[in-house]
Design a protein around this ligand. Sequence first.
Ligand code: RNT
Ligand code: ZN
Length: 411
Amino acid sequence: MSYNEAKKKYARIGVDTEKAIKDLAAVPISMHCWQGDDVTGFETTGGASGGIQTTGNYPGKARNPEELMQDIELAFSLIPGRHRVNLHACYGIHEGGVTDRDRLEPRNFKPWTDWAKKRGVKLDFNPTFFSHPKASDGLTLSSPDPKIRAFWVKHGIACLKIAEYFATEQKSPCAINFWMPDGYKDEPSDRLGPRRRMADSLDKIFRSKYDRRKVVALLESKLFGIGVESYTVCSHEFVMGYAMKRGILGLLDMGHFHISENVADKISSFLMFFGKVAFHISRPVRWDSDHVIRQNDDLRAAAQEIVRMGPENFIIALDYFDASINRVAAWVLGMRNMQKELLKAMLQPAAALKDMQDRGDFTSQLVWQEELKNYPVSDVWEEFCRRAKMPAGEEWLDTVKRYERDVLGKR
Ligand code: RNT
Ligand code: ZN
C-alpha cells in the first residue's frame, strides 16, 4: 500500500496521518551515552558495578570521548527527528589526572557542550553513584559512614551545577536523574535507618542552590539489583513519597518492577500527582537485564499511555546496555523502535476507543484494538522517514555494518 492509500484508510476511521507525522517529529528521546561503551565511562577501565551489569564482549566499543561522540553521530544519522544525549557523570573528560566525583566541575564537560552545540543536540545528565571505590559495598547516600555520605552529597551537588551549566549552554532545561544502588543482599535488620539517611542526604543535595527552572531533578526507583536482592533503599514507595513531598519528579524504569507488573499502568497516576512523568525505557528479560527494547507489548502499552496523555508531559529516556551486539545498532534499533511504537499509538482513533470503553462496549473495544494492529502503520513510518531523509527500513544496517568494518573493527 502506498502512503496515500494508507492516509485514506486512516482518514476513514478519523485518524489524521499528517498530524501523526508532525507530532512524531516533535518528540525528543534522550539517548543514553552508556550503551556506547557498556557503562564504562572515562575514569577507569573497569566496567559497571553496583547492581547493574553488562554481558557480552562484542568488539569495537568506544574507548574515549572522541570515539563515543563519533559513534553517537553515526547513530543519529540513522534516526529520524531531533533527539537528546543523556550523559553520566563518569563520562567527564579529564586532563592531567581524573577529578574525583565530589569535585567534578562544568569544565570536565565542556568538550561535551562544545560537541552538542556543533551537532545541535541537547544534553541531559546523571550523577554516577556506582563504579567507584567509595561505593564498593553498594552504599552511597544511605551509608552508615558519615564520611561516605558526605562524599556522595558533594557529588550530587556538583552534578546539579553541571546540569545547570548544560541548561545555560543549551538555553533549555536539562533533566538530571538520581539513581543510587543502595541496598542489601540479605534481609536487613533495619529498613528505616537507611531510608532516613537517604532522605537526609538527598535533602542536603536538593537544598543546595540550583535553578529549578533550568534543572529538572528526577529520582529513580528500583525493586532490586544484583547483590541487593533483599532490600533497595530507593524503592518505589520511597521515591513516590520523597519526590512528591520535595517537589521533584519520580522516574519509572521499565525494568525496575516485578516482572508481571504493568509499568504502563503507573503512568496515569504519576501524571495526576506529579504533572510530568520521567521514563527509562528498558526491557527486562526475567530480571532487570537491560536488553535492547523491542516492539513488544510492554513498549506498546507505555507508548500508548505517553501518546494519550501528551508526549509533552514526558521525559522519555532510553536505558539499556547490551554488550553482545553492535552497540551502534543497539542505539539505532532502540530509538527507532520507540518512535515506531509512538507512531502506532498516534495512529489510533483515541476518542473512538475511549468512547467504546465509556459505553461499556468491550466487544467493540477488543475487536478494534486487535484490528488496528494490522493497519498500514509501516506506510506512514516510511513516509515519516522519507520526509526526514532517513532510511525507512533495514537498509540502515548496511551503514552500521560498513562502519563496523571501517571504524569499529579497527579499534
Ligand atoms: C540501574 C538504573 C540506572 C542505570 C543508569 C546507567 O538499574 O536503571 O538508571 O541503568 O543510570
Ligand atoms: Zn534506569
